[in-house]
Design a protein around this ligand. Structure first.
Ligand code: GLU
Length: 533
């Protein structure tokens, strides 16, 4: 039998009398070109969990020289949020993981928005009715609701499937003519999948391995809705088939749909793609999935880019606006559910493409760690060359209305970049290179500025005024012996000097600061301090 699905299945103990469909599912041939898709619904901003799904799809495709497709699953018009599709596209581009095919990038399999493929789905649903894998159901919402309530009253759950479908209002219990005339009369109907009875279905997932499921627990899911639109299940399978998707890589929340999806492929007689369900991203503390609330509470974003809700105007923080580098975001997302099995943690996108392995993705949930996220950011900032950091810092200064020449900014960056995590940290630790201190930190002033400090600083000002060669080395060679000569402690001079230049007790070597800001500014700041303090 030409089926390689069984190769992926671990041995099972087979129950006699149960129908086995071990080999009835056709799996796509591995020699085919890899085609994967990221298929978000544009219902709001893309959560970082979604970005990770996109990233894993991207890495898998690029490693195997395949195609990464973006398909917008927007069949549920009630949940459509304007701007969400553009947000998804912007987020992928910012992360540096653009799609090869998708909206605006035709690849011969479009359109890539399900709303533009509307007319394709009905015929597929009808095909399943013809082959007796699906049926028309006329049950009204009220009648289904009543039955649901009646079941609940008995402590049971109402399931529409093999055990009751012969008693419900559907085409299985009507003649063809009756069904046709009700449809022609304009009655509302849905098309339901006829899930099989008494079968053990064997499923395979690249990450989770083999699973089996008793089909008796499945309900007859709606494939086509009364409003003329397909449900997610039908549209998703039809499109994956038409777009020749070879691997479906998606979040764990879709694992419960796997049985239905596999059954749909079988019913259509189509080859199924391979499936990989990614682990959930969990809260940093406590149990459960990472949510926006966790981020708000602990002060970190759960979205790649800032998002303004079009209805409420509420703003949600984004990694980009928080000052993260896209390569840091990509690196930390890659490690939420995967690692190479070595000590290596700092990765470029190219490195990830090389080392990423879907089979090494973990089954268990991945705990989100905001501190580790910052650590990745620091590593990636420090990996940048000084010219690049200088460019980023110049943009930052520009937004503050500060324009300085590049050479000067580069020298500042060289002095202070070492401990920076974000570009904004360069400002926090080096703002005094661009403006004189507005206030003197109280505690530092108290400690550094004593009664005899002003005359000492005045004298120092006169000495500095005479210095021609304003290099750090020369300044040090002049000021240090003078302090020695005065017979005051080193700190009695250096501390108020630093306070005058910086406003507090931070910053690199004082002589480096003086050399960089130059003679005029040094003198001006000293005089100002003498006047004010
Ligand atoms: N539209 C689904 C979502 O929003 C796609 C799930 C899948 O990848 O099959 O996640």
């Amino acid at each position: 039998m030409g089926c390689n699905f069984s190769l992926n299945i671990r041995p099972f103990s087979y129950k006699l009398g149960t129908k086995l469909y071990l080999c009835s599912l056709k799996i796509k041939n591995m020699s085919q070109d890899v085609r994967v898709r990221f298929a978000p619904s544009p219902t709001g901003p893309l959560h970082i969990g979604g970005v990770r799904t996109a990233l894993y799809n991207y890495l898998f495709a690029k490693k195997l020289k395949g195609t990464f497709i973006l398909r917008i699953e927007d069949t549920d018009q009630n949940r459509y949020v304007p701007g969400a599709e553009q947000y998804i596209i912007d987020a992928l581009n910012w992360c540096g993981i653009p799609y090869d095919e998708g909206p605006g990038k035709e690849g011969g399999y479009g359109p890539y928005r399900q709303s533009e493929r509307k007319d394709k789905y009905m015929a597929f649903a009808e095909k399943l009715v013809e082959s007796n894998h699906a049926y028309y159901a006329f049950d009204s919402a009220t009648s289904l609701d009543e039955q649901r309530k009646a079941a609940e009253a008995k402590g049971e759950t109402f399931i529409y499937n093999w055990h009751n479908r012969n008693e419900l209002d559907n085409s299985l219990n009507l003649t063809e003519e009756e069904t046709r005339s009700r449809i022609d009369a304009g009655e509302d109907f849905v098309i339901r999948f006829k899930s099989p009875q008494d079968e053990t279905l064997f499923l395979h997932d690249i990450i989770r391995g083999a699973m089996s499921i008793d089909t008796n627990i499945l309900d007859d899911k709606v494939l086509f809705k009364a409003d003329g639109m397909p449900t997610y299940h039908l549209a998703n399978i039809v499109d994956d088939h038409l777009m020749e998707i070879t691997h479906v890589i998606r979040g764990e929340e879709w694992l419960p749909s796997l049985a239905l999806h596999v059954l749909l492929y079988r019913s259509f007689g189509w080859e199924a793609p391979q499936f990989a369900h990614l682990p959930l991203i969990m809260k940093p503390v406590g149990k459960g999935k990472l949510s926006k609330r966790d981020g708000d509470k602990m002060g970190f974003p759960v979205f790649p880019l800032e998002w303004k809700d079009p209805n409420t105007g509420d703003i949600s923080m984004g990694y980009r606006e928080d000052g993260y580098l896209p390569q840091a975001v990509v690196n930390f997302l890659a490690f939420l559910g995967w690692n190479p099995g070595t000590e290596k943690e700092v990765y470029t996108l190219e490195g990830l493409i090389q080392d990423f392995d879907l089979e090494k993705v973990h089954k268990g949930g991945a705990k989100f760690d905001p501190e580790k996220t910052k650590w990745f950011q620091q590593q990636h900032l420090q990996l940048l060359d000084e010219a690049t950091i200088t460019g980023l810092f110049m943009d930052f200064l520009d937004k503050k209305g500060i324009s300085e020449n590049k050479e000067y900014v580069a020298r500042v960056v060289h002095l202070i970049k070492e401990r920076a995590v974000f570009v904004a940290d360069l400002w926090d630790s080096g703002n005094f290179f661009f403006e004189r201190p507005h206030i003197y930190e109280e505690k530092a002033a108290k400690k550094a500025w004593k009664e005899d400090t002003a005359p000492l600083m005045t004298e120092l000002t006169n000495i500095i005024n005479k210095v021609e060669d304003f290099s750090a080395q020369n300044l040090s060679a002049i000021v240090k012996p003078w302090i020695h000569e005065k017979g005051v402690g080193f700190g009695r001079v250096m501390q108020p000097l630093r306070l005058s230049l910086v406003g507090e007790m931070k910053g690199p070597d004082v002589f480096d600061i003086m050399a960089l800001i130059g003679k005029d500014k040094t003198l001006e700041r000293l005089r100002f301090a003498i006047q004010t303090l």
